[in-house]
Design a protein around this ligand. Structure first.
Ligand code: FAD
Length: 310
């Protein structure tokens, strides 16, 4: 059994494992894949002190840093359920899809999240070649170019406002007949000269020349007419889904499935902490996830040293 088991080996989990191991705790990390979402990322330009790197390179560096310490690393394993300790100081038990179980005195959950996809032709092929999901990350790559934002909720409208300051033109496409974002955001969006808002539009296909995105087609729902927009980038903002389905009956999640954490990264279950994109911590970014992981590990340490001596 472990003192600290970390579930998830993205930036949050890797950071949690390093911090726990540096406290001399028996630390394990288990995940489907080391690196998490970072593996699907091309350019990373906002991890402070590293002006420019690539996702796979960053993921390899995360792993090397964890391997620098005595951490038990298991990858290729999917967690399917969590049985919390029945009493303070008892063992939490995680069961994997393989049937294996892992026991730990404290647990750091860092299963991350996934961007909801449009599931239209071209989207996967042109991912990182014009199709993007994170305006904070990739916005500057489209400086002076034309982009579309898919989705008229808060994140879509925020992205459109953000991008309008960087790119030459933004087309915002919303499936419903009205935008769902807060009124104040909509007012701001409508005040911008280089934004066009199209509602009642169903995105049909991502177009490209084999190398990069060149446009998209959408269908006007009112009359089934198809339209084409020429552009260089598409930001898909139709939801970030936390990988927490398997935790639903075990600890407090928000309506959107985010693990509720307090300022210390503590969840509703004593001895279980959480970090990164899967939690209520705002702004889903690498630098925030790594800080969050460190915080959760220090909180786990605090929890462990307060357990009664047996
Ligand atoms: P994740 O990176 O999602 O890692 C989750 C970990 O949990 C993985 O190891 C996964 O295998 C594991 N896992 C999940 N469920 C289970 C399970 N049931 N059982 C076992 N293991 C499980 N952020 C930036 O700051 N800058 C950027 O430039 C940037 N670009 C991005 C580009 C793309 C295309 C994407 C998708 C995201 C980008 N982000 C960027 C966001 C950034 O990647 C995330 O904020 C960050 O990776 C979150 O870290 P995390 O550790 O919380 O989760």
């Amino acid at each position: 059994p472990f003192d600290v088991l970390v579930l998830g080996a993205g930036p949050a989990g890797a950071s949690g494992a390093v911090y726990a191991a540096r406290k001399g705790l028996r630390t394990g990390i288990v995940a489907e894949r080391f690196g998490g979402q970072v593996l699907d990322t091309m350019a990373i330009e906002n991890f402070i002190s590293v002006p420019e790197t690539e996702g796979p390179k960053f993921a390899a560096a995360l792993e090397a840093h964890v391997r620098h310490y005595e951490v038990d690393i298991t990858t290729g394993q999917q967690a399917t359920s969590l049985k919390p300790a029945v009493s303070r100081g008892g063992f939490h038990e995680i069961t994997m899809a393989s049937g294996a179980t892992l026991r730990t005195k404290s647990l750091i959950l860092a299963p991350g999240a996934r961007w909801r996809h449009m599931n239209v032709p071209g989207e996967d092929f042109y991912r990182n070649k014009g199709v993007a999901y994170c305006p904070h990350c990739d916005g500057p790559l489209f400086k002076g170019k034309r982009v579309a934002v898919i989705g008229g909720g808060n994140s879509g409208v925020e992205a459109a406002i953000d991008l309008a300051g960087i790119v030459s033109h933004v087309t915002l496409l919303e499936f419903a007949d009205t935008l769902r974002a807060d009124e104040v955001l909509q007012t701001k969006l409508r005040s911008l000269p280089n934004v066009r808002i199209i509602t009642g539009a169903l995105t049909q296909e991502v177009l490209g020349d084999g190398q990069r995105v060149t446009g998209l087609t959408y269908r006007e729902r009112a009359n089934e007419r198809e339209h084409r927009v020429e552009l260089e980038g598409i930001f898909v903002q139709i939801g970030l889904v936390p990988n927490t389905e398997w935790l639903r009956d075990t600890l407090a999640l928000t309506e959107r499935g985010e693990i509720e954490v307090d300022a210390h990264g503590a969840t509703s279950v004593p001895g279980v902490f959480a970090a990164g994109d899967a939690t209520t911590t705002p702004y889903k970014q690498i630098i925030i996830a790594t800080g969050d992981g460190a915080k959760a590990a220090l909180s786990a340490f605090d929890y462990l040293i307060r357990l009664p001596v047996v």
